[in-house]
Design a protein around this ligand. Structure first.
Ligand code: 8OZ
Length: 369
């Protein structure tokens, strides 16, 4: 029986253990350029079997928040190169999470001050963050416009170019496609946000088309074995909802199965909240069974509210990888702490988003109290 601390293969990635740094938005990249402080932060966490970066915009159109990093300009790629070098020096593995926010954005962040884009012109009842007088401030998202059919191939190509730049120029070990949490690809999947009547709306097959085209394009370009994807079947994050998520996501993972992806990353329940939602039941074991029955061999990664006991139970139950979010903010040496059953530092919510080293790179390790 494998333990959390045993090595595992995820596609082309040979991982030292099954503990993963979940993608965590930290808003510390002014002008969308990764900084030396970010390199230090990720290097501190390099004992994770795998690190997934914070969500990183593939284009300016894909930007939705102040001070989140991008992956489309040469300075951004150079900044990331410093991050991957620092991580590799520590023997870590790191993939970048590719992000297009779709409608979760604001005109101020969009090219030419235009409207954010979405499958349909439906405003999300959610907030984004802008800097006002130097202070991160929550504001309503701007009303989006529906993407035209002829714009979709360009979005696929933009994802593909970002993936290629990520591995070839920035030195990442792979990429994770952000298909979760109510951003563009999840907006296309779910019928609360997608009311299109063309080939990208209506049936499950049509709503899944963009996500699958993006994933196939990336897998073709950098190899499925370096490509992971994150999905959140029932999260209410960013005001997305599907009337019948089980057949939708069973279909998605069956279609992903032949792509030989490195991993499938599932957020169980409400992102950062309850693992079970009475009003949105979902059978995650059936989802995994659907993927395996269709021949999917990627590592199965689970996430949301895991502690050591729950993680060990998940690994015994057949999960290959467990992603930890909030515990990793406050515990750079989380692997060692879990291994030794050492107490964990508590994360400070006030410093989650924005700021500098405080609450970012200054959490103590066991050997440096
Ligand atoms: C927290 C704040 C802003 C963005 C996600 C990328 O939920 C995010 C995010 C989280 O996936």
């Amino acid at each position: 029986m494998p333990s959390l601390f045993d090595s595992v293969q995820a596609g082309d990635l040979q991982l030292a253990n099954r503990i993963v740094l979940a993608p965590l938005t930290r808003n510390r990249a002014p002008d969308a350029i990764p900084t030396p402080l970010m390199a230090e932060y990720y290097a501190q966490r390099a004992s994770a079997g795998l690190m997934i970066t914070e969500a990183t915009a593939i284009s300016q159109q894909g930007q939705g928040y102040a001070d989140v990093p991008g992956l489309y300009g040469s300075e951004q790629l150079d900044g990331w190169k410093q991050v991957t070098e620092a991580v590799h020096e520590e023997g870590g593995k790191i993939v970048v999470q590719l992000w297009h926010v779709g409608r979760v954005s604001h005109r101020e962040l969009q090219p030419g001050g235009g409207q954010p884009v979405a499958p349909s012109a439906i405003t999300a009842k959610t907030k984004t963050v802008l800097i006002r007088d130097g202070v991160p401030t929550f504001v309503d998202t701007s009303a989006p416009r529906a993407l035209r059919l002829e714009e979709l191939p360009d979005i696929v190509h933009t994802y593909q170019a970002a993936a290629r730049n990520a591995v070839e120029t920035a030195g990442f070990d792979g990429v994770e496609i952000h298909g979760a949490n109510g951003y563009l690809l999840d907006q296309f999947l779910k019928n609360g946000a997608n009311q299109r009547s063309d080939d990208y709306g209506g049936s499950i097959k049509n709503r899944a088309r963009l996500l699958l085209e993006v994933t196939r394009a990336i897998a073709d370009s950098i190899g499925g074995g370096r490509t992971g994807i994150r999905l959140s079947p029932v999260t209410p994050a960013n005001d997305v909802h599907d009337s019948d998520p089980q057949p939708l996501f069973d279909y998605v993972v069956r279609q992903l199965a032949p792509l030989n992806l490195a991993y499938i990353h599932i957020i169980e329940g409400a992102t950062g909240g309850p693992r079970e939602l009475a009003e949105r039941p979902f059978d995650y074991a059936a989802l995994k069974a659907a993927y395996r029955a269709a021949g999917g061999r990627g590592a199965w990664m689970v996430n949301n509210g895991y502690d050591k006991a729950l993680a060990e139970q998940a690994v015994k139950g057949g999960a290959d990888l467990v992603a930890f979010g909030k515990p990793y903010i406050a515990n750079p040496d989380l692997v060692e702490r879990l291994f030794r059953n050492a107490p964990l530092n508590e994360p400070d919510k006030a410093t989650f988003y924005g700021g500098g080293a405080e609450g970012y790179t200054d959490y103590p390790t066991l050997s440096n109290k």
